[in-house]
Design a protein around this ligand. Sequence first.
Ligand code: HEC
Ligand code: HEC
Length: 221
Amino acid sequence: MNYMPTTILALGLLALTSRAQAATPGDASRGAEAAAMCASCHQPDGSGKNNEQGESWPRLAGLNAEYIAKQLRDYKSGERENATMKSFANMLSDQQILDIAGYYSEMTPTHGQEITDASEAVLQRGQKLAERGDWSKYIVSCKSCHGPENQGAGAVFPGIAGQHARYIEAQLKAWQSENRKNDPRDLMGSIARRLNDEDIQAVAAWLAAQSPVLNTEESQP
Ligand code: HEC
Ligand code: HEC
């Protein structure tokens, strides 16, 4: 009568396989493999890309891993709307999302593409918005959420210093038009709606010209 031991063995195996299927912490080397299909747009070094038509693919290198994973889940669920990214996110399992997030977060961040003809006055306006805000328009500084030097704060607030200017502009406009609304509690939407076109251009120009650093901070602010 070996019925009992077999059942126990089978149950044991079941427990083992289900544990193996549950997501484990992101593994950057596995992420490198899964990210092969992302490189045509985000580049092998994670630096992103900009083209002549004014389109911009964000830099992923050095962004916080949890932030990256959240965005991929949001594209997948439709919480963040983008047809291209939805189709790529759909191809990723929960585990691959964690692996890819780990992979890009460990890469050295590269410099953003700047607005080369931004005047000194525009850059000063941008710096003011980024570092001090504009109380006449009830705009708090970007760094009050995005952390010291706008390098990012924990998993919720991504680093925006050194991101491509056109991508920053596009995201701020997407929040204004409610094409992007995956921010917790409308935190970004309520800021973006107070910015006019000149403010957006100025803050994007200034932020893109700042040097990014690796966001390894784990804790939330
Ligand atoms: C055909 C080009 C293309 C490919 C390939 C592509 N992406 Fe993207 N990705 C984009 C664009 C464009 C955006 C900005 C979309 C938007 O405005 O929401 C983006 C945005 C993102 C973001 C959000 C970044 C941020 O700062 O919020 C992440 C994360 C991302 N992509 C990861 C990936 C991963 C991982 C892959 C591969 C599995 C991939 N992408 C493949 C074009 C691409
Ligand atoms: C009250 C808090 C808060 C303030 C102030 C704030 N942000 Fe944000 N911002 C957020 C949050 C939260 C996110 C991430 C939303 C998400 O989860 O997708 C974000 C995301 C962004 C992104 C998208 C980054 C990416 O990689 O896609 C940009 C660009 C941005 N903010 C620009 C700004 C600028 C410019 C300012 C100042 C004018 C600013 N933010 C002020 C909370 C804030």
